[in-house]
Design a protein around this ligand. Structure first.
Ligand SMILES: Cc1ncc(COP(=O)(O)O)c(C=O)c1O
Length: 357
């Protein structure tokens, strides 16, 4: 783990994962395109390591407070972790986890590999009760796209008492707004595709842990299975990470300003916002058709899946057949970007006014 306890997160985001400061070394870790290395060192082969991944891992590890491994995507990270669950064991997970995570659990359950106990993650008592007999407690907080929050310390304590590992998908909050390892969690997961990279141009996943044994086991799995990141993607993600604090600050301020205005608009029946971050979910008063119309009426807001980029995007989540039926049909998830908030509101307001007019 890099030795950075005295530095603030914004400084860590900028300074961690740099090459050694000696004459003529570059300031940034270069893109190393290599499938193999001269024998006799620590890496040996391109599936086992790469300096460009290592630089990204050092920076994210320093921000989350643990040791990091990067993967081909967020879901490759999720699959590598779920692969460690023993035959027939039980996994507790939020019923409104990211739908790819839910689908992986459903697939493993259908093949008799494990039992998935899906819970309302905001109902701490129910989650604590569900921990009994589980070997893994998966948390996502805030959840995508329902934006529910988990009581991470209380659930972690109960899970550990039950002998279960605890994972938090920290994609929405990022280590700047929430540091689950400091709350006792065993593993943090990221779709680095989202805020960490921040420019909608790379797919990447990552995990971070403070447990050296767990790190070793997961590194062995990555070596064996080969769900490794692309070198360019890791480089892009680290470049994105350098401005994470500025992007989050601006996007969050924009989101908070939009929440107040959305709450007052008659076309909006409900606004969901957990109080931090830059994802806002709205439920259109006039139903799913109005939600679909909204996504076609804007000039700045882009109708697109994914989130966490510099540009504002939105989508009606139930357009995906795999989205849980408990997510409202008319829910539109907004990923608020870093544009001028007055331009964002003017564009959104015009489209919302059209729906009521
Ligand atoms: C919360 C969350 N976790 C995991 C993932 C999966 O990440 P990826 O698309 O990088 O595989 C996503 C993707 O949307 C997500 O939103």
């Amino acid at each position: 783990m890099p030795d950075t306890p005295d530095l603030q997160p914004a400084t860590v985001a900028v300074t961690a994962g740099r090459p050694e400061r000696v004459a003529d070394n570059p300031l940034n870790e270069p893109i190393t395109m290599a499938s193999t290395y001269v024998a006799g060192g620590d890496v040996e082969y391109g599936r086992y390591g790469n300096p460009s991944w290592a630089a990204f891992e050092e920076a994210l590890g320093a921000l989350e407070g643990g040791r990091c491994l990067s993967f081909a995507s967020g879901l490759a990270t999720v699959a590598t972790i779920l692969d460690l669950v023993g035959q027939g064991q039980t996994v507790v997970a939020p019923r409104h986890s990211y739908n790819g995570t839910i689908m992986q659990l459903a697939d493993l359950e259908a093949r008799g590999r494990l039992t998935a106990r899906l819970v309302d993650v905001a109902d701490t008592k129910a989650v604590v009760e569900a921990c009994d007999g589980a070997s893994l407690v998966w948390l996502e907080s805030p959840t995508n796209p329902a934006l529910e929050l988990a009581d991470i310390p209380a659930i972690t304590e109960a899970a550990h008492e039950a002998g279960a590992y605890v994972v938090v998908d920290n994609t929405f909050a990022t280590p700047l707004l929430q540091r689950p390892l400091a709350q006792g969690v065993d593993l943090v997961v990221h779709s680095a595709t989202k805020y960490l990279s921040g420019h909608s141009d790379a797919l990447l996943g990552a995990l971070v842990t403070g447990d050296d044994e767990l790190y070793g086991v997961l590194k062995n799995r990555r070596d064996l299975v080969g769900a490794i990141p692309g070198t360019l993607e890791a480089w892009l993600a680290l470049r994105g990470l350098r401005t994470l604090h500025l992007r989050i600050e601006r996007a969050q301020a924009n989101a908070q300003s939009l929440v107040t205005r959305l709450e007052a608009h008659p076309a909006v029946g409900e606004v969901r916002y957990p109080g931090f971050g830059a994802i806002v979910s709205i439920v259109l008063a006039e139903g799913a058709l109005a939600a679909d119309l909204l996504t076609r009426k804007t000039r700045l807001w882009v109708h697109a899946t994914s989130l966490g980029g510099v540009e504002s995007t939105f989508e009606r989540r139930r357009r995906w057949k795999t989205e849980p039926a408990t997510i409202p049909d008319a829910l539109v998830r907004l990923s608020v970007g870093i544009e001028d908030v007055e331009d964002l509101w003017a564009d959104l307001e015009r489209a919302l006014d059209d729906l009521t007019g």
